[in-house]
Design a protein around this ligand. Structure first.
Ligand SMILES: [Zn+2]
Length: 87
């Protein structure tokens, strides 16, 4: 290794909000705090984790339900228009 050109790659601790902690190596200075890790992420646990706060998902769905229905209707009309043109 050439001297004085490599970043300081050292051992650090990673702390997760779920309480899990592990040691890894990084050029990052100091320890790292994360909100989600391999021990608690739904992809690895296979469990559904509700991240929804105060019905935000519900509110979003309500907000876009109307426009989604309108888009579907418009697509149907477009498809009907395009149908005879193909023949
Ligand atoms: Zn975790």
């Amino acid at each position: 290794m050439k001297a004085a050109i490599h970043p300081n790659y050292h051992e650090i601790r990673v702390h997760c909000a779920c309480g899990n902690a592990f040691v890894t190596r990084s050029t990052h200075k100091g320890d790292i705090s994360v909100e989600i890790c391999a021990a608690c992420h739904p992809f690895f646990t296979g469990k559904q984790k509700l991240m929804d706060t105060a019905g935000r998902v519900e509110r979003f769905r309500r907000k876009y339900a109307k426009s989604d229905a309108a888009k579907a209707e418009a697509a149907k009309v477009e498809a009907a228009k395009a149908e005879p043109a193909k023949k």
